[in-house]
Structures are given as structure tokens and as C-alpha cells.
Design a protein around this ligand. Structure first.
Ligand SMILES: *Cc1c(COP(=O)(O)O)cnc(C)c1O
Length: 374
């Protein structure tokens, strides 16, 4: 085996670029030629394509996944003192945007086998101040959106799906991102659909919210230099839209690859490494795009060290739940034991659409050979 065969990438963006080089280069070159770097024709083209793909009436692109969540909350009129229900077991941005608006994140625990919000615990967290529920479709598997929407409907709440990791996954044959009042995704380079910088998008079927989000994205501007509402500088630039448009060329293939690679990990791990790690579940009414393939290690420190020594990169999503983060101690709580336990056990394995079966076998064999926890 030569060097390059030995080295395993956690996410291989170079292989993806090699496969799409003529399309990506051509798309970027066109932006350089027309020079409309902000709000160029690629922006509208991408929004139309993503709306068609997801089935949503509107897609509004923006500067990042974080910005998408922020703009969504602003469009819904979330204000200081409002409560928004989410989980503490997610990337910081989910709660950060609430706190930025003076709203209060209310952390509800997650299911131990999917790491998504435990819908049976949502209703107990609703108060007269609750404005919205923001479930996260963690690792690429949609949360139980029908159940969440039903609860929201009973209490007159909006639902924002944080679909930053799950765009491309289906829930009962519908696209993640188009499952609630607003869905938000991210085009961070390593997400299932990524650009070459920062980018994001919001999806909705409501005309009023789409209009509000379009305005908020450009400083609350309804006409040039007429600022109807408070907004942000939150546009996605033309070159990033061009990159996503190019990547759509094989996105469906990548989704299928990701699903197949995820299924293969599950199979190999249950055959060979049952005593080294516990596996998460995939619900039968949805698909999973495996933004991360994450397992529960019996002894994470040892497993991570063992894999690292064999050239296998791993990551931890996420080691500290948000309610225990130093800047979030005012939102501390005691009733999220599942999130706390998961944070100490999760470990993510290399995952990307070009991951070969051989490499997967090497990774799983290495896990199987890891020292047993005692
Ligand atoms: C990546 C991510 C975000 C933020 O997206 P950015 O584009 O990096 O701002 C938000 N929520 C979750 C769950 C994410 O994984």
C-alpha cells in the first residue's frame, strides 16, 4: 500500500472536486466573467433549483446555516423573553441565535438511540412564553417532525427544523428542510451539500415568511434604501451559489452513496465490533444522509487513541452539551441525562460519498481490534 492509500480522510472534499472539476470550474469562471458577485443570477437559479428539489414553495439563500436560523427566528418575530424549545445535544449555533435575540433556549432531552429531540418530553416544557420549537435533525436523520408539528399546532407554535446536517434526507417521502413552518440548512463545506466557504438556505411554504426572510437577509430592505424592518447583512454570494449548483450535478448520487455507506457501517459494525460500540438507530419512516456516522463507544478515549494510531481520524459531535457550556450556564438544567450521557460516548467515523468499501473494512477492523473496555 502506498502513502495515499494508507491515509484516510474524515471528509474527502478533494475526491469530490476531482469528480466535478469541469462543472465547478466552469460555474465559477462564469461568475468571474459576469462579475455580479453579490445577488448575481446564480442566487436565484440556486433558490429555484432547491425549491424544486425539496418541494418547498420558497427557498431563500443566506450567508450560513447559523444566519439561516437567526433570520428564521427574526422572521417569526421572536423577541426578548420568548422561549424556544430545542435540545442541548447539538451544534452551538442552534441555541446561540436564540440568545442573540434575547430569547431563552429551553432544553429538552433527546432519544438515546437517535440523538434527536424526545417528543414525549416537549409538552411539559411549553409555557405561555413559548414561541417556537426548533428540532435538530442530528447527524442527518430527520427528527419526528409529524409529532412535533402536531404538538406545535395544539399550542399555536411555529416549528423551525435545523436541517443543517440533514438536507437530502427524507421523512415519510418528504424532504428534510420542507417539513415545518421554516427549515434551515447549511452549505458549510463538509455538510452533505456544501459550498467552498459559508452558505445556507431557508425553506418555507408561507409567502409572508419568505418575503420577511428575503428582506431581513438584506438589512430589512423592501426597496433600495427603504428599510422596512431590522435585518442583517446575510446574503450568500454568487460564487458560493455557483459551487452548490455544480455540486447538484451528482447530489442524488451522493445521497444514495451516503445511505449505502451508512448501511454498510451498520452491517460491518454489528458483525464485527458489537463489543466495542453501540449503534444508533435509523427509524423506518425516514432516511439518513449521515452528515456524520456516529457510534456510541464503550470507552471513547481508548477507541479514539487506538484509531488515531492507525491513521483513522475521528471526531466528537459534541463533547459538551450546550447547557454545560461556560457561556450558557444561566440556561443550566438537571433534567437532560440522556444528552449528558451521549456527550461522553459519541464518536464519529470518516464519512463522505467517495468512501470506499475497502477503507470502511479497514476502519471497522481497526475498531474490532481495539482494546476491550473493562
Ligand atoms: C453546521 C450546523 C449549523 C451551522 O451552520 P453554519 O453554516 O456552519 O453556520 C447549525 N446547526 C447544526 C446542527 C449544524 O450542524
Amino acid at each position: 500500500m502506498n502513502e495515499s492509500e494508507l491515509k484516510i480522510d474524515f471528509v474527502d472534499l478533494k475526491a469530490q472536486y476531482r469528480a466535478l472539476k469541469p462543472v465547478i470550474d466552469g460555474r465559477i469562471q462564469r461568475v468571474l466573467d459576469h462579475a455580479r458577485f453579490i445577488m448575481g443570477p446564480e442566487v436565484g437559479e440556486l433558490e429555484t433549483r432547491l425549491a424544486q428539489l425539496s418541494g418547498a414553495r420558497h427557498c431563500v439563500t443566506c450567508a450560513s446555516g447559523t444566519e439561516a436560523l437567526l433570520i428564521a427566528l427574526m422572521a417569526l418575530g421572536v423577541k426578548p423573553g420568548d422561549e424556544v424549545i430545542t435540545t442541548p445535544f447539538t451544534f452551538i449555533a442552534t441555541a446561540e441565535v436564540m440568545v442573540l435575540l434575547g430569547a431563552v433556549p429551553i432544553f429538552v432531552d433527546v432519544e438515546p438511540d437517535t440523538c434527536n429531540i424526545d417528543t414525549t418530553k416537549i409538552e411539559a416544557a411549553i409555557t405561555p412564553r413559548t414561541r417556537a420549537i426548533m428540532p435538530v435533525s442530528l447527524y442527518g436523520q430527520p427528527a419526528d417532525m409529524d409529532e412535533i408539528n402536531a404538538i406545535a399546532e395544539r399550542h399555536g407554535l411555529a416549528v423551525i427544523e435545523d436541517a443543517a446536517q440533514s438536507f437530502g434526507a427524507r421523512y415519510k417521502d418528504r424532504w428534510s428542510g420542507n417539513l415545518s413552518t421554516i427549515g434551515c440548512t447549511s452549505f458549510f463545506p463538509s455538510k452533505p451539500l456544501g459550498c467552498y466557504g459559508d452558505g445556507g438556505a431557508m425553506f418555507t411554504n408561507r409567502d409572508d415568511l419568505a418575503q420577511a426572510m428575503r428582506e431581513i437577509r438584506v438589512h430589512g430592505q423592501s426597496q433600495r434604501y427603504i428599510h422596512t424592518r431590522i435585518g442583517v447583512g446575510g446574503r450568500m454570494d454568487s460564487i458560493q451559489c455557483a459551487v452548490v449548483l455544480a455540486k447538484l450535478e451528482r447530489f442524488e448520487w451522493e445521497i444514495e452513496q451516503r445511505m449505502a455507506i451508512g448501511a454498510r457501517y451498520t452491517q460491518y459494525l454489528s458483525d464485527l465490533a458489537k463489543d466495542k460500540a453501540e449503534l444508533l438507530s435509523l427509524r423506518s419512516d425516514r432516511s439518513h444522509v449521515y452528515a456524520q456516522y456516529t457510534i456510541l463507544a464503550l470507552d471513547r478515549g481508548r477507541l479514539q487513541k487506538h484509531l488515531n494510531e492507525r491513521g483513522i481520524p475521528t471526531a466528537v459531535h459534541y463533547p459538551i452539551p450546550i447547557h454545560l457550556q461556560p457561556a450558557y450556564t444561566q440556561f443550566n438544567r438537571r433534567d437532560v441525562p440522556v444528552s449528558e450521557s451521549l456527550a461522553s460516548r459519541v464518536i464519529s467515523l470518516p464519512m463522505h460519498a467517495d468512501l470506499s468499501e475497502d477503507t470502511q473494512r479497514r476502519i471497522v477492523s481497526a475498531i474490532a481490534e481495539a482494546p476491550v473496555a473493562r
